[in-house]
Design a protein around this ligand. Structure first.
Ligand SMILES: *Cc1c(COP(=O)(O)O)cnc(C)c1O
Length: 370
């Protein structure tokens, strides 16, 4: 089958947006509305938090208004104050890094290990200082990053780790879900994420004291004297989240099948972004590594309306963004990773012929001389 048979071009782009089929959200919204309890104080929000905690196997979940709010509240609660330093990988996109600036803190950009999204432990050792208050790890695109070595260095330095798991719902790393490896994990439920409530997010932790303090901070100090912000999640959004959480495992399995279908065409030509045996990506995107042809393939796919992040978001290491240029420090491994990876859509609504077209097209382009 050729591209003309399927007919993808600029006027008929491959759809990259996905909305889960109706799973009772409308009824749940109607119930919330007829309850008349629409604020973040409604009992449905507590019910949603408990369901998330059960799904992830953690002690506490605090629902908040966005992934950005989750990251900001977590950094503040971890003690990040103006002038403090926060380590983060050079592969971090803007939404990971902006909350550090919101704290008035200094982002310290760390290189990743070769061919990996994990923090390079040697670079962490070089960049950790007396002002380092926290470090962020990032399983980007839902890919398991093996941060074990960096975690060891950070633990020795007494630096708490925060996971930005905003794209990693259901990703498994070393036998545990992404978001449950550090002091706290931050998730987004923005419309584009695998669990979507429009806007929204949540913080997960096994540390009861930390949970109490994050809850306090995100709920205006419960108006009991302490300082806080209002990052509560509104009840109708919790109602949507609760219904969609019930079909999330099903969606994750469907994504894995879609990814495998594309990879049946690219096997032996292009490798998948690496991870350890036993770990599992959630297939937020399928990420393939094209050492020589990534930019050329990306340009071709973009012409079919299927733009990888490298083109759509101009994805490159963080310090290329004007907002973070002052924090630039050359990160060769992250430069190489962002220049050689392709992020492909594998959402459950893509029909088999589209997946076959993507797989064969990518494999053909990768095999052509540059
Ligand atoms: C989406 C996202 C965020 C921010 O979440 P919002 O809910 O949009 O505020 C942060 N980090 C990463 C990696 C994300 O993908």
């Amino acid at each position: 089958m050729t591209s003309t048979d399927v007919g993808f071009d600029r006027d008929h782009p491959v759809p990259d947006r996905y909305t889960v089929p109706d799973c009772g959200e409308l009824d749940a919204m109607a119930d919330a509305l007829s309850d008349g309890m629409l604020s973040g104080g409604a009992s449905i929000v507590t019910e949603y938090e408990q369901a998330l905690a059960d799904w992830l196997g953690v002690r506490r979940v605090i629902a908040v208004s966005s992934g950005t709010a989750a990251l900001h509240a977590t950094l503040v609660t971890a003690g990040v104050r103006p002038g403090d330093e926060v380590l983060l990988p050079a592969t971090a996109p803007l939404p990971t890094a902006m909350p550090v600036l919101t704290c008035g803190a200094v982002p310290v950009i760390v290189d990743t290990l070769p061919g990996s999204l994990a923090l390079d432990p040697d670079d962490v050792r070089r960049k950790v200082s007396a002002r380092t208050r926290s470090a962020i790890t990032l399983p980007l695109w839902g890919y398991p990053a093996d941060d074990t070595a960096a975690r060891g260095v950070l633990a020795d330095a007494g630096v708490p780790v925060i996971e930005d798991a905003c794209q990693a719902h259901g990703t498994q790393i070393a036998g545990r879900p992404a978001g449950t490896h550090g002091l706290a994990g931050c998730f987004s439920t923005h419309d584009r994420k695998l669990l979507a409530t429009g806007e929204g997010g949540f913080i997960v932790t096994d540390d009861e004291d930390f949970a109490e303090r994050v809850d306090h901070y995100t709920h205006l100090g419960h108006l009991k004297g302490g300082h806080g912000v209002n990052y509560k999640l509104a009840a109708p959004l919790a109602a949507i989240g609760l219904r969609r959480l019930a079909v999330l495992d099903h969606q994750l399995a469907a994504r894995r099948g879609q990814a495998e279908r594309i990879m049946s065409h690219t096997k032996g030509v292009l490798a998948e972004l690496g991870y350890r045996d036993g770990d599992t990506p959630n297939y937020y995107s399928l990420v393939l590594v094209a050492p020589r042809a990534a930019q050329r393939i990306a340009a071709e796919l973009a012409a079919a309306g299927l733009a990888p992040d490298s083109i759509r978001f101009g994805y490159r290491p963080l310090y290329h963004q004007p907002l973070f240029q002052n924090y630039a420090t050359w990160c060769p491994n992250a430069e190489h990773l962002t220049a050689t990876t392709l992020q492909l859509p594998v959402h459950p609504a893509l029909p088999p012929e589209t997946l076959d077209w993507i797989g064969t097209r990518v494999a053909t382009l990768a095999g052509e001389p540059s």
